[in-house]
Each structure stands twice: as structure tokens, then as C-alpha cells.
Design a protein around this ligand. Structure first.
Ligand code: AMP
Length: 191
């Protein structure tokens, strides 16, 4: 059973690499950002709530995010494992994830972190804005807010996962396939 957190700042390539990893390892991909965006599209109550935070580059409150993620995990009782993309983003979320997995008799296998410098992130997000249709990519102030929120609220998880011996840093700059191969090498070490 592989339960992997793909960790890293906005624009690090988590979505791109998740798509490749799920195909190779037959894992379920749970991206909290994608789930929120699907809810916005469907004009659900959750979507409307999430949008009010996402448009400002802020995190959706833990209580809402954790409840949503747990119900998604529970949709897949027979999963071979999960790739969590964009979750956890706070210590409370990390603790909740441990609890959900332990209820299934499982645990987190590793946290693979795509490390990319801030200048590169800003450039990538501005480039992505041309095709993503994401309002939070289109505004440089919102991009900066997301990077700052990452540094202040999410990066502390690096120490948390390092203390658990689960954090593995990967250079997130270079060719997509080269980065993918580095991720696969780390995953294959876990088996
Ligand atoms: P992403 O698609 O991962 O870049 O996420 C887009 C936005 O969705 C973020 O800027 C947050 O507003 C929200 N979001 C996604 N995942 C989470 C999370 N785990 N906790 C709180 N907010 C989240």
C-alpha cells in the first residue's frame, strides 16, 4: 500500500507529476484544489465557500478541507493507495490525515517534495495563467499571497515530516520526465 503526499509550493509541478504517477502506480489521485474547483463549477455550497478563499489566495479553513478530504478518501475503500496533492497544507491537516489512514489500518508512506525556487514559481504560474483559466493564477498579487501562505502555513510541515523520517526533497527544476524519474526512484525505494 502506497500513500504518498506530493508536497511543494504552488507551481512546483504537483498536478503534472501526479498524473504521471497515478498512471504508473495505479493510485487514486486526490487533489484538494481540483476537488474545490469541481465544486465551484458545480456551484455547490462547498464550492461557493471555497471560492471566497481561493480567489484571495487564502487557504480554505481546515475544518471544511479536512471533512471534504475524509469523505473523498472514504469513497475508495479498495484503493491500492493514494497520492495526496495539495493536502495537507497545515499541521492540523497532517494530523487529520494520519487519523484517516490509521482508521483504514494504513499510514503515510512518504512525503515527496518538489523543491522549486520562488522566482521560477512566479514565472511558471504567470505562464500557466494563459491556459489554466484559474483566476488565482491570473493576478500577480494573488500568486504572491499563495506563495506567502505556503511559506508561513505549509512549509512548517517540512520539519513535521522530517521528524517522522518521511520527508524526501526532490529537485523540481528541469525536464518533466527527469523529475518524474527522480520521484519514481524515491517511490521504488519504499517498496
Ligand atoms: P491548488 O490547486 O493546490 O493550487 O489549490 C488552489 C487553492 O485551493 C489554494 O490556494 C487554496 O485556496 C485551496 N486549497 C487547496 N488545497 C487546500 C488545502 N489542503 N487546504 C486549504 N486550502 C486548500
Amino acid at each position: 500500500m502506497l500513500n504518498i503526499v506530493l508536497f511543494g509550493p504552488p507551481g512546483a509541478g504537483k498536478g503534472t507529476q501526479s498524473e504521471k504517477l497515478i498512471a504508473k502506480y495505479q493510485l487514486i489521485h486526490l487533489s484538494t484544489g481540483d476537488i474545490f474547483r469541481a465544486n465551484i463549477k458545480g456551484a455547490t455550497e462547498l464550492g461557493m465557500l471555497a471560492k471566497s478563499f481561493m480567489d484571495k489566495g487564502q487557504l480554505v479553513p481546515d475544518e471544511v478541507t479536512i471533512r471534504m478530504l475524509e469523505s473523498e478518501v472514504n469513497k475508495y475503500p479498495d484503493a491500492k493507495g493514494f497520492i495526496f496533492d495539495g493536502f495537507p497544507r497545515t499541521i492540523a491537516q497532517a494530523q487529520a490525515l494520519d487519523i484517516f489512514l490509521s482508521k483504514r489500518g494504513q499510514s503515510l508512506s512518504a512525503v515527496l517534495s518538489l523543491e522549486v525556487k520562488e522566482d521560477e514559481l512566479r514565472q511558471r504560474l504567470a505562464e500557466r495563467a494563459k491556459s489554466s483559466g484559474r483566476p488565482d493564477d491570473a493576478n500577480p498579487e494573488v500568486i504572491q499571497k499563495r506563495i506567502d501562505v505556503y511559506k508561513n502555513e505549509t512549509l512548517p510541515l517540512k520539519d513535521h515530516f522530517t521528524a517522522q523520517g518521511k520527508y524526501k526533497g526532490i529537485n523540481g527544476i528541469g525536464e518533466i520526465n527527469e523529475i518524474f524519474n527522480s520521484l519514481c526512484a524515491k517511490i521504488d525505494e519504499l517498496k
